[in-house]
Design a protein. Structure first.
Ligand code: HEM
Length: 411
């Protein structure tokens, strides 16, 4: 039984810091009202979509369900503040996640090729070296640590810094911006920044990088974005900066939350830990199960362009919809024993990366990073033991564990 109205629970950042509560809420919705008209205090209303097949149906139809103008769930008060900060707009600049056709195809197309599995092989040795560095730091920590903060989180941030060609000395600055961007209402993660301040901080950081890439292009993705020309002219500076923000933001905590959440899930299911240790060939499947299990991206929003019938409900043109990926990933009609963590789950057609034309641009990079990470981690550790209470970030958007205190028994 949930003690808060379901409509208020859905946008409440605190819900996502309490996994039992989050999953109970979504299980109730999938059972009772999977296409749920939601009118929370302080938010404009929206439909909450919790069934896997419904989320897919919406994601597939980019012409009927638009990313603009409401791509994320913000309180009315915050939307007002954002409009003030941006001169009346819903956001600072357009990232590809906020674009519809034809722009989405054009601008996603700029970096799409760079993120394809074969193209990524080019940076595999560098990603491997960053994972190796993280393992060295891990071993140097002794036997007790906060695995999320000390190990899982820094590694994907460095991978992002690598692909954007940043100076590694800037790690604390970028980490602070990313934490602020995705902090939800978690004061510990925000460090006093909200998404507005974090975006301004990102812009201040990325502006000189974009200019430098135009002067001295290399083969990193930052150079490709900065030097693309459409109809003979460089693309708009705002779009270049938002592209960098999207990569820096989307690529960091998603991946760190997944590896920390995966380690916790294996601590709670020791037979899965043993299975993976005994057979490293299972790493690929294990990573997919970790992404399904953690679902670090909690939602994206769409806006209906036309009236649309879904499970007997009429979604009106102009209504917004919240796509609940963690719920789709526990859908009993799709996954056998969805609440069981099984590293060799097969098939595992999870929607942790979303679906359709907006499907995660960085998914092959995330997979590569996570597979390399676990291939190196597993031989080092006999087992992990939890030494305190794991804590999750209070955020309804992107995040997962923020503290994972562990004791390591080394091999
Ligand atoms: C485990 C790690 C990750 C997860 C679970 C994840 C999940 C997601 C999800 C659910 C979406 C929305 C898809 C949709 O609307 O259908 C998305 C979009 C996106 N992701 Fe990821 N992501 C991860 C890692 C990354 C990385 C490493 C990068 C880049 C370095 C990245 C860049 C992006 C971008 C740019 C988009 C917007 C794509 C578009 O709208 O066309 N993500 N991701």
């Amino acid at each position: 039984m949930l003690d808060q109205s379901i409509d208020d629970l859905i946008p409440d950042h605190g819900t996502y810091a309490d996994l039992e509560r989050q999953h109970q809420m979504y299980t109730d919705l999938r059972d009772g009202d999977p296409v749920h008209w939601t009118e929370p205090a302080g938010y404009r209303p929206f439909w909450t979509i919790t069934k896997y097949n419904d989320i897919m149906e919406i994601e597939r139809q980019q012409d009927k369900f638009l990313a603009q103008p409401r791509s994320k769930l913000f309180p009315i008060e915050f939307e007002r503040k954002m409009a003030e900060a941006t001169g009346g707009k819903a956001h600072f600049g357009r990232a590809i996640s906020q674009m519809d056709q034809p722009d989405h195809r054009i601008f996603r197309g700029i970096a799409n090729e760079w993120f394809m599995p074969n193209a990524l092989e080019r940076i595999r040795p560098d990603v491997d070296a960053l994972a190796e560095r993280s393992m060295k730091e891990f071993r140097a920590l002794g036997s007790d640590m906060d695995f999320y903060h000390d190990v899982a989180s820094p590694y994907p941030l460095r991978v992002i810094m690598l692909i954007l060609g940043c100076d590694f000395a800037d790690e604390p600055r970028l980490r602070a911006a990313t934490n602020g961007y995705f902090a939800g209402n978690d004061p510990e993660m925000s460090g006093g920044m909200d998404i507005i301040k974090a975006t301004q901080e990102y812009f201040a950081y990325f502006e000189p990088i974009a200019a430098e890439r135009r002067r001295n292009p290399s083969d990193d993705v930052a150079s490709i974005i900065a030097n693309t020309k459409i109809d003979g002219a460089y693309i708009d500076d705002g779009i270049v900066k938002m592209y960098y923000v999207a990569l820096a933001g989307a690529g960091h905590d998603t991946t760190g939350s997944t590896s920390a959440g995966g380690v916790l899930a294996m601590m709670q299911n020791p037979s899965e830990w043993d299975k993976l240790k005994a057979d490293p060939e299972l790493t690929k499947l294990a990573v997919e199960e970790m992404i399904r299990w953690v679902s670090p991206v909690k939602h994206f929003m769409r806006t209906a362009a036309v009236d649309y019938e879904l499970r007997g409900k009429t979604i009106k043109a102009g209504d917004s919809l919240m796509l609940a990926y963690p719920s789709g990933n526990r859908d009993e009609e799709i996954f056998e024993d969805p609440f069981t963590f099984r590293i060799d789950r097969k098939p595992n057609r999870h929607m942790g990366f979303g679906f359709g034309p907006h499907i995660c641009l960085g998914m092959s990079l995330a997979r590569m990073e996570l597979q390399i990470f676990f291939r190196k981690l597993m031989p080092l550790v006999k087992r992990f033991e939890l030494t305190g209470t794991p804590r999750w970030t209070q955020t309804n958007f992107v995040g997962g564990l923020k503290h994972l205190p562990v004791h390591v028994e080394w091999e």
